[in-house]
Ligand binder design. Structure first.
Ligand code: ATP
Length: 251
């Protein structure tokens, strides 16, 4: 297998006496959807927050394409190619779909020397927004006010906003939350398209969807990884069945 795009070693985060993430180690490869599953409070969001640089790691190492980025600031990591989405929708509802993507692109590559330019004219950001909307299949919605879209389309827009920053790694925190079956299908089709050119870390509670799309699954319980591997292996793992999936296992 190729060298991992993102390599995580012994990553740990303490909040006072609580070990929210405990010595987590895994690799993320280009062309792969790697799902992280676990019960509420298992440490999944804390893990993503450390990878994106939102919070510092207490211990451990994060390498992007072989380079140590453990202590890099969030803004620098975004420029280096780590994009993330959040559990809650984070769009600007009163702006258009295109404007949302353009703002995301501008935020990722601020150009303080060009502050006098009308932002709408910023060619690089407009191009990045166009490309992101095309990749996310939202071209037809470009001029729509974002707040008027369906919940599922808003979540697709969030992925598009992430793409507008031109990431290599996508960290997606529950992108399927609150979605109906059709919206879920659409998002899974989008992730399947995107994985050819990205490494995707997917934190998700929808087990059906996880088992449909994941190439690898890592299972966390109380901050620690109890199993990591191909979905078929995870489905059979007795510790996973007992701790997380319940007696019947995955569907
Ligand atoms: N800023 C913080 N300060 C103190 N404790 C925190 C903080 N953030 C998270 N925690 C704790 O760390 C543990 C892991 O939380 P985290 O949100 O990472 O879990 P999760 O797996 O993402 O849960 P969920 O599936 O409910 O989103 C929990 O016990 C939580 O209360």
């Amino acid at each position: 297998m190729n060298a991992p795009l993102l390599a995580v070693q012994g990553l740990t985060r303490r909040f006072g006496g609580l070990v929210a993430v405990n010595a987590v180690t895994f690799d993320l490869h280009l062309g792969e959807v790697h799902a992280v599953i676990g019960t509420n409070g298992a440490g999944k969001s804390t893990l993503i927050n450390m990878l994106s640089g939102e919070i510092e790691a207490s211990e451990g190492r994060i390498a992007l394409a072989g380079e140590d980025i453990t202590t890099r600031a969030q803004s620098r990591r975004a420029r280096d190619g780590i994009g993330r989405s959040y559990q809650r929708t984070t769009i600007f509802p009163e702006f258009t779909v295109h404007e949302n993507c353009r703002l995301a692109a501008q935020a990722a590559t601020p150009r303080p020397w060009a502050i006098w330019q009308a932002s709408g004219r910023c060619a690089a950001s407009n191009t990045a927004a166009d490309e992101a909307l095309r990749a996310a299949g939202l071209e037809a919605e470009a001029h729509r006010i974002a707040g008027t879209m369906s919940h599922g389309a808003k979540r697709q827009l969030e992925v598009a906003m992430c793409l507008a920053t031109r990431p290599r790694v996508l960290l997606l925190d529950e992108p399927l939350a609150g979605m109906g079956a059709e919206e879920t299908d659409r998002m899974l089709a989008l992730l399947t398209r995107l994985k050819a050119s990205h490494a995707i870390l997917l934190v998700e509670h929808d087990m059906d969807a996880v088992f449909r799309i994941a190439d690898r699954i890592t299972v966390m319980v109380n901050g620690a990884v109890i199993a990591s591997g191909h979905p078929a292996m995870i489905r059979q793992d007795p510790a996973v069945r007992e701790a997380y999936l319940g007696d019947e296992g995955a569907h």
